[in-house]
Ligand binder design. Structure first.
Ligand SMILES: Nc1ncnc2c1ncn2[C@@H]1O[C@H](COP(=O)(O)OP(=O)(O)OP(=O)(O)O)[C@@H](O)[C@H]1O
Length: 274
């Protein structure tokens, strides 16, 4: 299902932290949100998953304005894995994943055989079946992350929103999780810090800086060497990955002699130059 966000502005305590933000995620596409710390990636995601109400703009999933829906109905359209430390004291892993079924249940409904099957399937998909009876709080950070992804899968939504899903994961687990996310075939919007992962796993990128979208489109077109310098203050170049044969991004610090160009201006939003 297609996701469209248009003209979003978010103001907190009188400060505009997201302005004029827009994106389109076509059905089944994986869209990466990239940008330096504090550029507004999480805020854009939050305004899409209804954690922060934008004071302007709209978010549509299909034809439905998510901000005009009751929370439970929104929970059938999109699932979220955030960076927030969720503790779930006294919950087993299975209980945590079962929370994903809530949007499909009435208030007093008991868990059905179908719910149990979906929960078991979600745990299996993320390779955490072995931990189903463990207390969630006893898992490592990476294991928790996989369980939270299983909870999102148990929601059985057409849209998945992920905020830095590879946090806490070792390098093998990062690639495994990103492969899994790609294989799901869901419309996915994912904030990522690792630009090479963004390049390898996303169909399109939205580059943010200072709460504004400065470029959007194919990863190679968005992550131009000029933008890597302007937005991230690094030098960058594409090469061919020696193992996969795919484009690979390498970065290095700016030469001390190169003044970092930290402007956001019309040049940053112009068509790619490289
Ligand atoms: N509740 C809040 N109150 C005040 N300022 C906030 C709040 N939430 C976000 N901000 C500010 O808005 C800006 C964007 O934050 P956001 O978390 O969206 O950035 P980000 O790109 O996700 O950053 P990071 O890569 O560090 O996670 C930051 O300057 C942040 O301090």
């Amino acid at each position: 299902m297609r996701v469209t966000a248009s003209d979003l502005r978010v103001t907190i305590d009188g400060h505009v932290i997201l302005d004029d933000a827009a994106l389109t995620a076509e059905t089944g596409a994986v869209i990466g949100l990239v940008g330096p710390n504090g550029s507004g990636k999480s805020t854009l995601l939050r305004s899409i998953y209804r954690a922060i109400r934008p004071d302007r703009g709209a978010v549509l999933i299909g034809q439905t304005d998510v901000w005009r829906l009751p929370a439970r109905k929104a929970g059938r359209l999109r699932a979220v894995v955030t960076q927030d430390q969720e503790l779930h004291n006294d919950f087993s892993v299975q209980d945590v994943v079962a929370l994903g079924r809530a949007p499909h249940q009435g208030l007093l409904d008991r868990e059905t055989a179908d719910d149990r099957e979906v929960v078991a399937g979600a745990l299996e998909r993320v390779g955490m079946t072995w931990a189903r009876s463990r207390l969630f709080t006893t898992l490592s950070g990476g294991e928790r992350q996989r369980v939270l992804l299983a909870r999102a899968l148990a929601q059985q939504t057409p849209v998945l929103l992920l905020d830095e899903p590879t946090n806490h994961l070792d390098i093998g687990a990062q690639l495994e999780l990103l492969d899994l996310v790609r294989d799901l075939g869901l419309t996915t919007i994912c904030a990522l810090h690792d630009l090479d992962h963004a390049l390898a796993y996303c169909d399109e990128l939205v580059l943010l800086r200072g709460g504004r979208v400065v470029a959007a489109g194919g990863p190679v077109d968005v992550l131009t060497p000029q933008r890597l310098t302007d937005v991230f203050g690094v030098r960058g170049a594409f090469t061919t990955h020696p193992l996969t044969g795919r484009p690979h991004l390498v970065v290095a610090a700016l030469n001390p002699a190169d003044p970092p160009n930290r402007r956001v201006d019309a040049d940053s939003t112009a068509a790619p130059t490289a």
